[in-house]
Design a protein around this ligand. Structure first.
Ligand code: C2O
Ligand code: CU
Ligand code: CU
Length: 468
C-alpha cells in the first residue's frame, strides 16, 4: 500500500469534511485481475445550497446511489475490463484519450457491435501513456452520459509521482427541476446552438463538495470535464501550485495559473492535472471556482487537515514524458476539415444506439448520416507511419471541442491566439477559428472524430479518420 492509498483508506478526516471515499468516489484498480463494471439505473441525492436535498431517480451509473467509480490502471500494464450492460438499452464503453487497439475503442458499428442487455464485452489493452483520461458510453451516448455515466480513468506512472493525495474531480452537470427530477437533456434548440446546458453543476456528483486534504501536503488534482455540453471556466485559489498535465500529457510549456479575472477554459472531454501545496494551518480552506453564466460558484473546496507535512512543490520531479512519436511537421501533408452548419435536416440512423430526428451540423459540408449507416467512407485516409497536419476550420459561431480517438496530436497554430503546444486528444475551437494540428499516424484503424458537445456529435458533427 502506498502513501496515497493509505490516506484514502484511513480518511484523515476532520468533523464535517468528506473523505473522497465517503463522498461517494470509489476506486477500482486493475492490479488484482480483471475489473468488472456493470451499468444500472440508480438514484442519488443531490444537496443543493438554497434548494435542499432531493433524491433524483432515473440516473445511470456503475454503482448503486453513487457516481461511476474511478478506474485506475498502470502505464504499460495490461488491463482487462469486463463491461456488463445492466440496462435495457444498448451500450458500448469508450476509453477517452487512450491510444489502444482499434477493436477496443468502443465505437458502435465502427469497432464493435453494441452490447445488449445482460451481455458482457471484454475490453483488454495496455495503456502506453500515463495521465488522466476518462470513460463514457459511445452508444446511447447522449442519454447515458446525461444521466450520469461518465467516470475518470487514471493511468498511473509506474513510479510514484510523490504526492500525498490524488484527488479525482469529475465535473458534470445535471438538468434537474426544483424537486430534483430530471428535465429533458436534449432540446433541438440547444442542439442547433451551443448545446443544452444543465443547471446543477456537480463535482463527483456532489454540489460544492469539501474534501479534507493533508495540511502542508502536496496534492494532485485531476479535473475532468465530462459534461455533455458545458465549457468549464475555472479560477484557482491564490496558493502555490502549477498545472502539470493537460489532456493526459505532461505540459511542455507553462500554462498560466488561472485567477478569477482570467479563468481557464476546459471544454467537454478535456482534463487538467494540478499540483497544489495545501496551506499549513489546520482548518484553512481553499476553493476552486467556476463561472457559470454570470455567477461565480464553488467547484470544490479543499480543507487542510492534521499537522502540517511541510512539503515543498520543489520536491516534485517533472512528470515523465509519454512515449509519443513526434510528427515530422516539415514533411507533413495538409488535410483540411471544415466544421459548420447543414441545412439538410434528415436526421441520423444510429441503429441500436439512439437516433435523433435532426441534423444541424456537418464536417466538410456533410452531416454524419449515423453510426449504423453502411458504406460511409472516412473523412480522410492517412497512411500508417506518415505525418500529417490537419487544418481544422470552424465556420460556425459556436465553440466545438474537437476530439480524435486512438491518436494524439500537437496543436501548431491558430488564426486567433497563441496555442499551448501540448499533446492532446481534444481541442476547443473558438468561433470561426482555424487551427492546425500535427500528428503521426502510427495507430492503424478507423478512428472516430467528432465534436464532444454530444448534441453536436449526434446531429451531424461526427465522422471517422482511417489510418491504414
Ligand atoms: Cu470521449 Cu468519441 O469520445
Ligand atoms: Cu474518445
Ligand atoms: Cu460542437
Amino acid at each position: 500500500m502506498n502513501r496515497r492509498q493509505f490516506l484514502l483508506g484511513s480518511g484523515a478526516v476532520g468533523a464535517a469534511g468528506l473523505t473522497l471515499a465517503a463522498g461517494g468516489t470509489q476506486f477500482l484498480a486493475a492490479e488484482r485481475g480483471p475489473i468488472s463494471l456493470r451499468s444500472r439505473m440508480t438514484s442519488h441525492v443531490f444537496n443543493r445550497p438554497g434548494v435542499g436535498a432531493f433524491e433524483t431517480e432515473g440516473l445511470i451509473s456503475l454503482a448503486d446511489n453513487a457516481p461511476p467509480p474511478v478506474v485506475r490502471l498502470t502505464q504499460g500494464e495490461r488491463a482487462v475490463i469486463h463491461m456488463t450492460n445492466g440496462l435495457e438499452d444498448y451500450t458500448t464503453m469508450h476509453w477517452h484519450g487512450i491510444r489502444l487497439p482499434n477493436a477496443m475503442d468502443g465505437v458502435p458499428y465502427l469497432t464493435q457491435f453494441p452490447i445488449g442487455q445482460d451481455e458482457t464485452f471484454e475490453y483488454a489493452y495496455t495503456p502506453p501513456d500515463a495521465g488522466t483520461y476518462w470513460y463514457h458510453p459511445h452508444c446511447m451516448t447522449m442519454n447515458q452520459m446525461a444521466l450520469g455515466l461518465t467516470g475518470l480513468l487514471i493511468v498511473e506512472e509506474p513510479e510514484d509521482a510523490g504526492f500525498d493525495l490524488d484527488v479525482p474531480l469529475n465535473l458534470k452537470d445535471f438538468r434537474l427541476d426544483a424537486e430534483g427530477q430530471l428535465r429533458p437533456f436534449f432540446t433541438p434548440r440547444g442542439a442547433a446552438r451551443g448545446g443544452t446546458l444543465g443547471n446543477v453543476s456537480t463535482t463527483n456528483w456532489s454540489v460544492e463538495p469539501i474534501y479534507d486534504v493533508p495540511s502542508g501536503g502536496l496534492v494532485r488534482l485531476r479535473f475532468a470535464a465530462t459534461d455533455t455540453t458545458r465549457i468549464y471556466k475555472l479560477a484557482f485559489p491564490d496558493v502555490p501550485g502549477r498545472i502539470i498535465a493537460w489532456d493526459g500529457h505532461p505540459v511542455e510549456e507553462d500554462i498560466a495559473w488561472p485567477m478569477a479575472d482570467k479563468p481557464l477554459w476546459l471544454g467537454p472531454g478535456q482534463r487538467m492535472d494540478v499540483a497544489l501545496r495545501v496551506p499549513d494551518s489546520e482548518g484553512s480552506e481553499v476553493s476552486f471556482t467556476g463561472q457559470f453564466g454570470t455567477s461565480q460558484r464553488t467547484v470544490v473546496t479543499l480543507r487542510a487537515s492534521g499537522a502540517s507535512r511541510r512539503r515543498d512543490l520543489a520536491e516534485l520531479k517533472p512528470l515523465p514524458r509519454n512515449p509519443i512519436a513526434e510528427p515530422d511537421v516539415a514533411n507533413a501533408e495538409i488535410r483540411q476539415l471544415v466544421f459548420g452548419w447543414t441545412s439538410d435536416g434528415k436526421g441520423s440512423n444510429n441503429g441500436l444506439c439512439g437516433s435523433y430526428g435532426y441534423t444541424f451540423w456537418s464536417i466538410d459540408r456533410s452531416p454524419w448520416p449515423g453510426d449504423a449507416v453502411e458504406g460511409v467512407g472516412p473523412l480522410a485516409t492517412l497512411e500508417l507511419g506518415k505525418s500529417y497536419i490537419l487544418r481544422l476550420k470552424n465556420e460556425s459561431p459556436n465553440l466545438h471541442p474537437i476530439h480524435l480517438h486512438g491518436l494524439v496530436f500537437k496543436p501548431l497554430r491558430s488564426n486567433q491566439r497563441q496555442l499551448p503546444g501540448n499533446y492532446t486528444d481534444t481541442i476547443l475551437l473558438m468561433k470561426n477559428e482555424v487551427v492546425d494540428i500535427a500528428l503521426k499516424a502510427d495507430n492503424p484503424g478507423d478512428w472516430a472524430f467528432h465534436c464532444h458537445v454530444i448534441e453536436h456529435q449526434k446531429t451531424g458533427l461526427a465522422g471517422y479518420i482511417r489510418v491504414a
